[in-house]
Design a protein around this ligand. Structure first.
Ligand code: NI
Length: 268
């Protein structure tokens, strides 16, 4: 059994609708899904709506660094209201993207800090997007006391030094299709080395389809390719990675996700 801890199910990505996509994923052994609600208020509402409608889905809400420029007080009010839904398990994805620079960097940093404050106020973990912004991401996570809520470094694409600092701050490392790419040496290294209780798997659908499907539209069914690659790098059976990452995801995202996949959580 697998959980896709990060997928985007917006209608403009999947014209056939989320239900058809998720049924294909079930056919591939994927039992639970964290649907990421970013891209403006309608996208956040869509993600929460899918989670309300389906027992196997939980949702996040947040402001992606790409859209930081469009952040407003009224958007924050709407996200606060949505975060009161019991199926909302995290704030995200939030962070910094200095590769595309779709929003000015100072605005990205400001909105990232505001989103961490929001998550701390709601006592929700955060899902972090970081691209070509490692130093600033760590500085803001540390400066804004993100360790109080912890969370996930999504689509982990950094190196072992970054991973260690993120782990020290209470963040789990989530591996995407990138770990299946032959040239992703530092990600292979981290996937092989990371503590067993701190690893997750995800697709980031519709982006980043794993090898050998690279370049296609990605969907949650493909998370099994990522689990297989992580298992090979760690020298363990795929089933062990499935078990570990499912337990870790349920610990990180809490009872709503554990209930979604029929797992009873041990109090710890
Ligand atoms: Ni994403």
């Amino acid at each position: 059994m697998l959980i896709d801890t990060h997928c985007h199910l917006d209608a403009h990505y999947f014209a056939e609708g989320a239900d058809a996509v998720l049924e294909r994923a079930h056919g591939a052994g994927v039992a639970g899904f964290v649907c990421i609600g970013v891209g403006g208020v309608p996208a956040a509402e869509h993600a929460v709506g899918v989670a309300q409608r389906r027992g196997d889905v939980v949702a996040t809400v947040g402001v992606h660094p790409h859209e930081a420029s469009s952040f407003s007080a009224s958007m924050l009010h709407t996200l606060e209201a949505l975060s009161g839904d019991p199926k909302v398990v995290a704030v995200g994805e939030i962070g910094l993207d200095y590769h595309y620079d779709h929003s000015p960097r100072d605005v990205q940093r400001d909105v990232f800090a505001k989103m961490i404050a929001f998550a701390r106020a709601r006592r929700l973990p955060i899902v972090v997007h970081t691209r070509e912004a490692a130093a600033d991401t760590l500085e803001i996570l540390e400066g804004e006391a993100a360790r109080d809520v912890g969370g996930v470094i999504h689509c982990f694409s950094e190196d072992r030094a970054f991973a260690q600092r993120a782990l020290d701050l209470g963040f789990d490392l989530s591996f995407s299709g990138v770990v299946t790419f032959k040239n992703a040496q530092s990600v292979h290294d981290v996937a092989a080395w990371a503590p067993a209780d701190r690893i997750l798997v995800e697709t980031d659908a519709p982006y980043l389809a794993p090898h050998p499907l690279r370049g296609k539209r990605c969907e949650p069914a493909y998370v099994a390719y990522t689990a297989r690659a992580v298992a090979a790098l760690r020298g363990v059976p795929q089933g062990e990675v499935e078990r570990l990452t499912t337990e870790n995801a349920c610990r990180r995202f809490g009872p709503p996700l554990a209930a979604a996949v029929g797992m009873v959580q041990n109090p710890s």
